[in-house]
Write a protein that binds this ligand. Structure first.
Ligand code: ZN
Ligand code: ZN
Ligand code: ZN
Length: 428
């Protein structure tokens, strides 16, 4: 294996084991605004969260939008829990009103209208996450708030993701897509049907169906282009929420240097350890991705390799019998006048050429004689013949063999049709 693979960081621990509110507090109490005119639900949320929030935390309840906005003007809140249907506002306009007032504060929508499309639209309108009231539980509220707070902290802080976010606006793009979790050993897990909510140059928002539990955070995202071709990018899960129909994921594309499926890792290279042409991932892994259609195998070359260990050999013309390179053709002289043919060294007179048969002297090439190429003789094993053989020596195991014994191996390049966010942004 090329060492490149070993430099890949293992995926961070599964989302399921993400930090909880209690771990996140850093010694600070939290202040939440809960906007809902259903006093029973306000009590329920208060009870569910009381044991989970850091000591000293406060949940301020308000029953309508105008009270909420005036509270937000006077106080600073860490997060807002928001019902969409209020006495003075309804639906997406509720989210929009709060978002335009509060640019950064995480908004978690708690709604009784359990509609996946509405959930997606709420996120597009600025909600950080959407929870359905019938599914409320302490762990779910805890995990969702925690992830929303972390996300909000990132967008307020100077972290890199924020800068990217600001410099790269999110475009609303709804396209069929597929999410294929990437396991720790880089193999694919079962693909999940998804739809994009938005796409930016650095990532995408997704609704993912049919996934009971998020046990992974690295994935390959495939989005269908207008021409029907799926294009793929490796991405990491940044935040998630749970509307009824599936998971709502925010993912960011990984840089080529961290991408197990980067062009550099997919290109077959000479690996000095095995002395074979290999890609930066084990072949069985590449084949699994190819079976899913993410990678396309393409024959790019064919090489002759060692019949014993498949290592790449070097080749030279050498003796067919012992493989020695000390095998040369003997030069002969043909004397025209007497028709004598003998090895050239037999014609050596004292400083001039003389025919050993007819004793003619001072022979001139072309006029009196010609050189002929005689049989090939090996100085190591005395083999004699007319043709040298192409002889290979394996770089890995040193095995020396006649070229015709070499095994031919196809060099396959696994190609991936790469996702270009611009293609979707411009097309939309
Ligand atoms: Zn020989
Ligand atoms: Zn002669
Ligand atoms: Zn070998």
């Amino acid at each position: 294996m090329p060492s490149a693979t070993h430099h890949l960081a293992a995926p961070s621990p599964a989302i399921g084991s993400q930090p909880r509110l209690a771990d996140l507090a850093t010694g600070r109490s939290l202040r939440l605004l809960h906007v809902d005119d259903d006093s029973d639900l306000v009590l329920l949320v208060d009870r569910l969260l009381s044991a989970r929030l850091p000591r000293g935390s406060v949940i301020d309840p308000v029953a309508n939008l105008s009270h909420a906005l005036s509270r937000l003007t006077t106080g600073r809140y860490d997060a807002i829990l928001l019902e969409l249907s209020l006495p003075d506002s309804d639906g997406l306009s509720t989210v929009e009103a709060v978002r335009s007032h509060e640019a950064d504060t995480p908004i978690v929508v708690l709604t009784g209208r359990e509609d996946a499309e509405l959930a997606g639209n709420a996120i597009r309108s600025g909600a950080t996450d959407v929870l359905f009231k019938s599914r409320l539980s302490a762990p779910l509220l805890d995990a969702t708030l925690c992830s929303a707070l972390l996300d909000g902290r990132r967008s307020r802080g100077g972290a890199e993701t924020v800068k990217d976010r600001r410099e790269s606006p999110h475009y609303t793009v709804t396209r069929p897509s597929i999410v294929i979790p990437m396991l720790a050993d880089f193999r694919p897990d079962t693909g999940l049907v998804a739809t994009t909510i938005d796409i930016s140059l650095t990532g995408a928002g997704l609704l993912v169906e049919g996934c009971a539990e998020l046990t992974w955070d690295r994935l390959v995202l495939g989005i269908e282009r207008a021409d029907g071709v799926y294009t793929y990018a490796t991405a990491m899960v940044r935040h998630h929420g749970v509307p009824a129909a599936g998971w709502n994921l925010g993912v960011s594309f990984v840089a080529a240097k961290d991408d197990p499926l980067s062009a550099a890792r997919l290109a077959p290279r000479f690996d000095p350890e095995t002395c074979q042409m290999t890609a930066g991932l084990p072949e069985p892994v590449l084949v699994e991705w190819a079976q899913l259609g993410v990678l396309q195998p393409r024959l790019i070359d064919r090489v002759r390799s060692c019949p014993r260990c498949s290592g790449l050999p070097t080749f030279r013309d050498a003796c067919r019998q012992c493989g020695s390179v000390k095998a040369e053709a003997v030069q002969y002289i043909h004397h025209f006048a007497c028709a004598h043919v003998a090895p050239a060294d037999h014609f050596d007179g004292a400083g001039h050429l003389a025919c050993p048969k007819c004793r003619a002297r001072n022979l001139i090439v072309g006029a009196d004689f010609e050189y002929l190429s005689g049989p090939i003789c090996c100085r190591d094993c005395n083999w004699s013949g007319t043709q040298l053989a192409s002889v290979g020596e394996c770089l890995k195991c040193g095995h020396r063999f006649v070229g015709s014994e070499a095994t031919e191996r196809d060099i396959i390049h696994f190609h991936v049709e790469r996702l270009d966010p611009l293609a979707f942004i411009e097309a939309d």
